[in-house]
Design a protein around this ligand. Structure first.
Ligand code: ZN
Length: 343
């Protein structure tokens, strides 16, 4: 099969479009012929590497993918060759206490497809049958692939972890980025009022197009936490979605008493200072989460398929041009999800 892989860490130049043996589905696995893969920041982190990362080379990146079932391993039932499916990239053991409790993203043996396990930048992939979900008739595989990781992550954070309720207010720090765009939509669908801080009119227009109620341009308003405070009649917001990290001091200021600060990442870097006084005096809760459960995946993908949540697509590249696609993501030039067409 054709695939994009790398043998060592580095810039996009380490990616090679080349042949690789087509995998065989093992027990409980299916073989999926991929039609589309979507890019995520984790693809860049894995390619660049970090201290302690251990990969089995060559490594194939890619967490998001969609296509058709092309082979069935032993003990797989309920699926047929040709079924159209999207991949849930959360790999879990299925039998540890967390998995039994339905918290499979807290599994002791949890892995993210494409991060520590060979991923979706390929014509074929083998994956546990529990990690595929049916795409309804008429829905494009490209849209399904582009929706999966970001909507799954945002749903788990806002709904499962934070228990967002109708009438609450949500501030999303950052107007671009797949998870933020997904978070704006999920918050609106849940009946919340949504404030978005972003840089530049183009990104804020995108946030507005998916339902944001209040837009704050941080390139014009440096003290944006004060702006949010004033917009909420000096109450502050109930929930802050902060996947930047270095913006935590401002997020604490923008949160109201009892506010929940949600984080699923750190696009601004992993270490920064915070002022503890805000946490106790404002009764703040900091809720971290990573990816989502199988139940979250089914729930959020059904909403995507029903058109209640909209997939924003950026450019599509042929698989062979994965390097150019990653460079676009690395430069932050995209507005929406970058995808790869396969086959
Ligand atoms: Zn488990």
């Amino acid at each position: 099969m054709k695939t994009v892989l790398f043998h060592n860490h580095g810039s996009a130049e380490v990616l090679q479009y080349t042949d690789f043996p087509t995998p065989e589905p093992g027990e409980g696995q299916v073989l999926v012929k991929l039609e589309s893969a979507a890019l995520n920041r984790v693809d860049l982190w894995t390619r660049n590497g970090w201290p302690g990362i251990k990969l089995e080379y060559p490594h194939i990146p890619g967490s998001d993918g969609a296509g058709t079932v092309a082979g069935l391993g032993a003990y797989v039932s309920g699926w047929s060759i040709g079924d159209r499916v999207v991949i849930n990239s959360n790999l879990s053991c299925g039998h540890c206490p967390a998995c039994i409790a339905g918290q499979d993203n807290r599994c002791r043996e949890w892995h993210l497809l494409g991060e520590t396990v060979r991923g979706t930048y390929a014509e074929y992939i083998t994956i546990p049958a529990a990690n595929i979900y049916r795409i309804p008739e008429g829905f494009e595989p490209r849209q399904a692939a582009a929706a999966a990781l970001v909507f799954h992550t945002a749903w788990h954070s806002l709904i499962t972890r934070a228990g967002l309720k109708p009438g609450e207010s949500v501030l999303v720090v950052g107007a671009s980025g797949g998870v933020n765009i997904a978070s704006i939509q999920i918050a609106k669908l849940a009946g919340a009022t949504v404030y978005v801080v972003g840089s530049g009119p183009e990104k804020l227009r995108l946030a507005e197009s998916v339902g944001a109620d209040y837009l704050i341009d941080r390139s014009m308003e440096e003290n944006w936490s004060k702006t949010v405070y004033n917009l909420t009649s000096k109450r502050g917001v109930d929930v802050v979605v902060d996947n930047v990290g270095t913006t935590f001091p401002s997020s604490f200021r923008a949160a109201g008493k009892g506010g929940r600060i949600l984080t699923v990442g750190n696009s601004g870097g992993p270490k920064f200072e915070i002022d503890n006084r805000f946490i106790f005096s404002k009764h703040l809760s900091i809720l971290g989460s990573s990816m989502g459960t199988r139940a979250d995946f089914a729930t959020v993908m059904d909403l995507v398929f029903a058109g209640k949540l909209k997939v924003i697509l950026d450019r599509d590249y042929p698989l062979a041009d994965a390097g150019s696609a990653q460079e676009r993501l690395e430069k932050g030039e995209q507005l929406g999800k970058i995808t790869l067409s396969i086959g």
